[in-house]
Design a protein around this ligand. Structure first.
Ligand code: SF4
Length: 165
């Protein structure tokens, strides 16, 4: 069978970001995946119950996605509202969707507290980032799903095609 890939909905043109906008990526690899029926769109934050638009949110300073999933760090808005439960629910929903569709590969939006791969905002709402994945990326990886940033579609494509049976 043709392997499927979970993709952050905002990269596919979904206006699901906190500010009500998309972060659309235009790329021939994505176009081919679409034509091949491989793409499973998912927005963890919307799936977790957050509205569009919504306040920005960041993992609290010094905390990691691993800490969040272990209940040892929170995700907060600039006003200090605790939105951790939505982010954890969204990560679980992403994992459930991936498992349900047999997905072993994901392309997620860099720097997001949910979807980030190498960096996330550092919790100070100053635009600075710190190393580390987002909560959904962490949970998918913990369950053996390979996660790529939107800047590495070629890498994701190679991994994806290797899953074709
Ligand atoms: Fe995009 Fe992920 Fe943020 Fe949803 S949670 S808007 S898919 S980066």
């Amino acid at each position: 069978p043709t392997a499927r890939v979970l993709v952050s909905a905002c990269l596919l043109g979904g206006r699901v970001r906190f500010d009500g906008r998309a972060k659309t990526v235009c790329d021939t690899i994505l176009d081919r995946w679409r034509a091949e029926g491989r793409v499973v769109a998912h927005c963890p934050e919307v799936a977790g119950g957050l509205p569009v638009p919504r306040p920005p949110a960041e993992i609290e300073p010094g905390g990691s996605a691993e800490d969040v999933l272990a209940g040892a760090a929170r995700i907060l808005t600039p006003e200090g509202a605790d939105v951790t439960a939505y982010f954890v629910a969204g990560a679980r929903a992403a994992l459930e969707t991936a498992r349900g569709r047999g997905v072993r590969t994901a392309v997620l939006k860099e720097s997001s507290p949910s979807c980030g791969l190498l960096r996330v905002y550092d919790g100070t709402f100053s635009g600075r980032t710190a190393p580390g994945p987002g909560v959904t990326t962490q949970l998918l990886r913990d369950h053996g799903i390979a996660v790529f940033a939107e800047t590495d579609l070629a890498g994701a494509d190679a991994h994806l095609r290797a899953q074709d049976g």
